[in-house]
Ligand binder design. Sequence first.
Ligand SMILES: CC(=O)SCCNC(=O)CCNC(=O)[C@H](O)C(C)(C)COP(=O)(O)OP(=O)(O)OC[C@H]1O[C@@H](n2cnc3c(N)ncnc32)[C@H](O)[C@@H]1OP(=O)(O)O
Ligand SMILES: CC(C)C(=O)C(=O)O
Length: 570
Amino acid sequence: MPMLKDPSRKYRKFPAMNLPNRQWPARTLDVAPRWLSTDLRDGNQSLPDPMTFEEKKVYFRKLCDLGFKEIEVSFPSASQIDFDFTRFAVETAPDDVYIQVLSPCRPELIKRTIESLKGAKKAIVHIYLATSDCFRNVVFGLSKEESLELATSCAKLVRSLTKDDPEMAATEWLFEFSPETFSDTNPDYVLEVCEAVKQAWSPTEEQPIIFNLPATVEMSTPNTYADQIEYFSTRISNRETVCISLHPHNDRGCAVAAAELGQLAGADRIEGCLFGNGERTGNVDLVTLALNLYTQGIYPNLDFSDINSVIDIVEKSNKIPVHPRAPYGGQLVVCAFSGSHQDAIKKGFKQHEESKSEIWEMPYLPLDPQDIGRTYEAIIRVNSQSGKGGASWIILRNLELDLPRGLQIAFSRVVQQETENVQRELHNDEIIQLFRSQYHVYETPKKEDVELVDYTQLNASKNSRVLEVILSVKGATVESKGEGNGPISAFTDALRKAFGCNLVVKKYQEHSLGKDSDSKAVSYIECGVTGPSGVVQDIWGVGIHEDVSQASFLSLISVINSAIEKKILT
Ligand SMILES: CC(=O)SCCNC(=O)CCNC(=O)[C@H](O)C(C)(C)COP(=O)(O)OP(=O)(O)OC[C@H]1O[C@@H](n2cnc3c(N)ncnc32)[C@H](O)[C@@H]1OP(=O)(O)O
Ligand SMILES: CC(C)C(=O)C(=O)O
C-alpha cells in the first residue's frame, strides 16, 4: 500500500506541551549524568540471538572497566540464564557498582527477581508499569485508579522484601519505578502515580527513588520530551529525594537529542546502550552522549580511550555491526575521502603541531581520534574524490616526507589516474608503492635505473665546483665531469654531458628525516628537462641520503630516471 497523500487521516500529530515558562532552552550541559547501561537487559532482550552467559560476562566486565556504576544486568524472571547471570553479577560486581534488575508489576515475578539479588552489595530493584491510556486500556484493561493501585502495591511489596526485611539488610537497596510509555502518558496522571509510588517507598535524600521516565516509543520531537521532563521535575514533591532518569528510544532518530534536552530539563540520570543497541531502533547511544560531553570539555566519567575494544565486544555480543557512520565509533567517521576535507585536515594538523596548542581545533574533526585510541592513519583515505592533500598526507604520515606543494600537485595527478584505473579506494601501501615507483625512491633500486656509483668533488676556486661523477647506466659505467657554482649545479652539468640533454633546476627543497643522530636528508627537485628531440618537460625528483649533498644528487638521478621512463631521454 503506497504512502498516503494525506497521512493525517491515519497518523495524529503529537500534542505539544503547554509549558510557557520552560527553562531548559536557556540552560547548558555542564556535568555528566549518572549512567545506567541496559545493554544486558533492554539491549539483550531485543537481540535475535540473545547473548550467551559467557558473552554477558565479557560484556559486564567491559561495562565495569568503562566506569559504569549502575548496570541493568537482566530480567531475572525471564529465564534461568538471566537469573543465573544475575547471581554471577551479584558475586563478582565491584563494590561500587549497583546491580539493577527489571521486573513487571507482577508479585510472583517481583519475588523471583528479588531472590536473584540475595547477597548483593548494592542493588537497584526496577519495576515498570505502562501508564498511557493506550496500554492501560488495550494491554491491561485497568482503570487509572487500578493502575495506580497496582504500581503502589508492587512498590510496597518490593519494600517489604528488601529494605524492610532484616534478612536483606546487608544489601544497599535502591528502588526504581518506570511509568513505561511515560512520554505518551498524561503528564498529571503520571505525576499522580509516581507520588503514590514514592509515598509507598519513602525515599530519602541519601537514597533517592529513581523515577525512570521512558520514551518507550519515541513519538515526538525532542523538545516535547524535554518539556515533559521539566514539567515532571518541577512538580514532583520532595524533589531532593528523587533521581529523575531518562530512557529514550530512537524511533524517530532523535534519542540523543532527547536525552541531551532531557538533561537540560532537569534529569539526573540516563539509561541507554553502547552504540544504541536496544528495542527496534535502539535505546539512546551512551557512547555518543558521553563523547558529546567530552568534546564540550566535560569529562563523562566513562572511559572510551580504547574504543576499538568496545566496538569489538559490542559487535561480537550483539552480532550486529556498529554502523560505519555511528558517531565516534563508526569506521568511517574519522575518514576524509574528499579533496577539500583532506586539504583542510592536513593543514589543520600542520598548524596544530606547529602551534603546540592543547586546544583541539581541527577542521572536520570534532574529536582527536587518538583520545579514543584511534590512529591518524585512518583519517585520510584516497579515492577518485580526493585531492593533493590526501596522497601527500599518507606519504607524510608513512614516509615522513613533507612534499613541496608543486610535488604534491604532480603526485596527486599520478594518484588520481590510478584511482580511475582501479575504480576504488587506493590503500596506503599502494600509494606508498606508487610514490616509490614514480620517484625511484626504492629500498633497492630497479636494475634498469640509472644509479650514482661514486663522485669526487674538486674545489676549482672559491665559487666554482668541479665534480667527477661515476654512474651506472643500464649496467654500463659512465663517467662525467661537471662544473658549477655549487655541488648541485656541478652535478647537473655532469648529467647534461652524460645524457646529452638540457637540465634546468626550477625548484629545490630539502628537510631532515627523523630527529636523532642517524637522521637522513631528503631533497626534492623540479627540473625542466629538454631531450634530444627538443621536448621539454618539468619533472620532479626525490633523493634520500644521510649526506645532504648526496641526497640532492640522488634527486637529480631520480629526475633522469623519470625522463628515461617518459622516453624524453634514452
Ligand atoms: C519496554 C520494555 O522493554 S519492558 C521489558 C520487556 N521485556 C521482556 O518482556 C523480556 C522478558 N519477559 C519475559 O520473559 C516474559 O514476558 C515473562 C516471563 C516476564 C512473562 O511471561 P508470561 O507470563 O508468558 O507473560 P507475557 O510475556 O505474555 O507478558 C504479558 C502479560 O504480562 C502482563 N504485563 C505486561 N507488562 C506488565 C507490567 N509492567 N506489569 C504487570 N503486568 C504486565 C500483560 O498484561 C500480560 O498479562 P496477561 O497474560 O494476563 O494478559
Ligand atoms: C522497562 C522500561 C524502562 C523500558 O524498557 C521502556 O519503557 O523502554
